[in-house]
Structures are given as C-alpha cells and as structure tokens.
Design a binder for this molecule. Structure first.
Ligand code: PGA
Ligand code: ZN
Length: 425
C-alpha cells in the first residue's frame, strides 16, 4: 500500500515551475511523475493551480506542492497503489470541486501518474505493459514541423502544422521519415530566408506572410524528403481556433488581417483541405462552436479526421455529446486536462465506445517525463502527439516509443493509416 506521497517544485520546458510527485509503497516501490502545462488551454480543463504574484512570472507552484504534501498525501496513505480508480476517487473526494480547483489539476495529475508508476514498479513491468499485458499496437505519430499560434507569438495563426507518416511499415520507419521532412523544411526555410527559430514544441518558427504559404512549404518539404504527399505522408493541422475567435461568432487571421463569419471560416478551411494533402484537422472551430465543428465534420466525412481538443477537454460526457451531434471524429486525450488517469481513461473509453479515434497527447509545456508514450501504447490509442523532433522533452517521448516497439519485437503492430480512423479503420 501507499506509504508516502511527496510533492517537489521542478521546471518545465518553458522555464516555468511545475509539480513533481513521488509515491512510495510499503514494499519499497517508487513512482515518479511530472505535470505538463498547456498554453492554448480549453476553458473546461482541470485547473492549473499557480501562485500568482511577482515570483516566477506568477507561475509558481508552491501552493500546488503544498497540496500534495498536505491533503493529497493524507488522502492516499494506506491505499493500494494498484487500485488506480480508488486512488483517483480519493483525489476527487479530497478536492470536492468539479475541476480540481482546490487541489490543482497539476498536483492531481502528477499524483495520479505517480501512483500508476508505483504500481507498475511493484509489478516489475514498464507502465505500458502494466496497463495492458497484451498491448502491441504502436500509435500513428503526429509530428510537428511548423509551430505557430500561442506557441510562437502568433507568427502564424495556425498553431500546429504536422505530418502523419501513415505509409510507413513501422513506428521506427515512420519517425525517421518525419525527421527527413523536418530537415527538408529547415533547408527550404533557409533558402527563403524564413527560418526564425523554433517554437514551444520544437517545430520551425517560420517567417511566412500567410498560413497558406506554410501549408504549401510543408507539402514541398514532404516531397523534398522523397515521400509522396497524401500517399505516404499526410498533413495534420491543429487550428486551435478558440485562440482565433473574435468574440462575436467570427474568426480572425491576424497575420493576414482577414475576418470571417462562421460560414466563411468553414469555406476557408475546406479550401485548404482541398488544395493540400491534409488528412486531419484539430479544433477547426472554437470550443463553444459545436455548430461549426459539426458543419466541417459533415463536409469532410470519411476524408479528413476532425479532432476535438479544447472542444472536449478530455471529458467523457463531452465526448458522448460530440458523438451524438457528429461534431468530430476523434478525441485528443490529455491527462492533465482531466486531472486524473481514471478521468482521462474514461474519455478514451468513451471515444472507443462511440467509434471515435483517440490520440494521446502531451502539452506545449513539457518535461522529460515519458508517461504519455506508455499511456498511448497501454491504452491502445490510434494516434500520439508530443510535438516536433527537436527539444529533449519531445525526443524523450519519441525515443521511448522506439524502445517499446523494439521491446515488442515481432509482436509490434504499427497503427499506420488505421490510426487515423478513416476508411472505417
Ligand atoms: P497546448 O497545445 O498544450 O498549449 O494546449 C497543444 C494543443 O493544442 O494540442
Ligand atoms: Zn490542440
């Protein structure tokens, strides 16, 4: 049983404090986990508890760490680490609010993950295998090539321009292809004098004048890497449209100084989907615009995967209502949006029960913690999204997936195109 739970202040990939939790059990097993943090967050997410005030830009986590060492430790002591649902229920009871406003979702998600790691350690298995001994599927990666939006000071309006290497025969081959595209994209930016650095998730920060210029450059980079766009590698966009909403039902492309009403915005996006080999689009409309989400999903049915992120905030009830209204075909699963592994797992189970694809995802603010790689395999998600190919907090997760594929050996199955949930996959 759990003998100690301790909280510790650590640091994330944006130079902001974050919460680490260590869970110890009576038999000497140790589980450790770090909380990630989003920048373009949905309003329905579990609360990211910060200290405010002048220190650390207001991002301090002393209060969240105190919650771990105080009420959280008291609530979990003596519980069985192998009973994830029981530990997570104890966190809910100790909090008493809907979105972990009292304990902090950053404190609870790190605790919940550390409990899972302690249980895995006690069983002598890596987390993915402890979650599902029969797991063998490697998810289809969405790999960021260009970063924009809230992760690059709005240099591009679209937040993530990613590639999905569904034509590859293994996760290892798929990931190698993405690195080829990344290098080709960098060379292309150099030739145009448009390389401005890297964004929060490691993708190139391009100095383009329009979003469509980035789409066309990405298509060229796939070709320059020797891959067939739309055949071997497709494009995946995270519009993160909540960030682009003008508050009056419309949407803004700030770089291009253009405003669109809902119908015009849908036309614009459909034009991009027609002209470029896009196979997946995330949050094409704002979190409070289910009508727009459903309109686009209907228009691209069977052709393009439509993912809800801010729109669903890893919440099982929202997943069910999105399935009822046909608002999207896939669900981004971010454990810290939910606050516990049990709640995140419920959102993933709801997706699978309703025939939607699940994509396990990291956040734009991350650490070297690799648990999301294990969750993606252990939970059998179709996709996985952890950023670009640069920055150690990203490569930590990709390399962990490579290790898992290697460990599975001949039993490994790469999701490939079935990971997109198109063609009935
Ligand atoms: P976030 O970005 O972690 O800043 O929310 C990732 C995403 O929107 O998918
Ligand atoms: Zn998103």
């Amino acid at each position: 049983s759990i003998s100690a739970v301790t909280g510790h202040p650590r640091w994330d990939s944006r130079g902001r404090p974050t919460v680490e939790v260590v869970v110890r059990t009576g038999d000497g097993s140790v589980g450790r986990a770090l909380a990630p943090a989003g920048a373009s967050t949905g309003s329905g997410e579990a609360v990211d508890l910060r200290d405010g005030g002048p220190a650390h830009g207001g991002y301090g986590v002393d209060r969240a760490v105190d919650r771990v060492n105080g009420p959280i430790a008291a609530a979990l002591k003596g519980l069985d680490a192998a009973d994830q649902a029981g530990a997570d229920a104890a966190l809910e009871a100790a909090d008493g609010t809907a979105g972990f406003a009292h304990l902090g979702g950053n404190a609870t998600v790190a605790t919940s993950l550390a409990v899972a790691q302690a249980a895995a350690a006690a069983s002598g298995l890596p987390l993915w295998r402890a979650l599902n001994p029969a797991a063998r599927r490697l998810p289809l990666p969405e790999v960021q090539i260009f970063g924009g939006g809230a992760h690059a000071h709005g240099r591009l309006d679209v937040q993530d321009l990613m590639v999905v290497p569904y034509g590859a025969g293994s996760f290892a081959e798929a990931y190698a292809w993405c690195n080829d595209v990344y290098r080709a994209a960098g060379e292309l930016l150099d030739r145009r004098g448009a390389r401005a650095g890297v964004a929060d998730e490691g993708g190139w920060w391009p100095a383009f004048d329009s979003n469509e210029a980035a789409l066309s450059a990405l298509t060229e980079a796939i070709e320059a890497a020797g891959r067939a766009p739309g055949d071997e590698i497709g494009i995946s966009l995270d519009i993160a449209a909540t960030q682009l909403a003008d508050g009056a039902g419309g949407y803004l492309l700030r770089r291009e100084e253009r405003r669109f009403d809902r119908d015009g915005w849908c036309e614009l996006l459909l034009g991009w989907l027609d002209r470029y080999p896009v196979v997946s689009i995330e949050d094409p409309f704002a979190e409070d615009d289910p009508v727009g989400m459903a309109a686009l999903t209907t228009a691209v049915a069977g052709r393009v995967q439509v993912i809800g992120d801010d729109f669903l905030v890893t919440d099982a009830a929202r997943v069910h209502s999105a399935a009822d209204t046909g608002a999207c075909t896939a669900v981004l699963v971010k454990p810290n949006q939910a606050g516990t592994l049990t709640r995140a797992r419920a959102a993933l189970d709801a997706a699978h029960a309703r025939g939607l694809t699940a994509i396990v995802s990291a956040r734009s603010g991350e650490t070297e913690d690799v648990a999301v790689a294990h969750l993606a395999v252990g939970w059998g998600s179709g996709g996985v999204k952890v950023g670009s190919v640069t920055r150690g907090e990203r490569t930590a997760k990709w390399n962990e997936l490579l290790r898992i594929e290697e460990e599975l050996g001949v039993d490994a199955r790469f999701a490939g195109r079935s990971g997109l949930g198109l063609d009935g996959g």
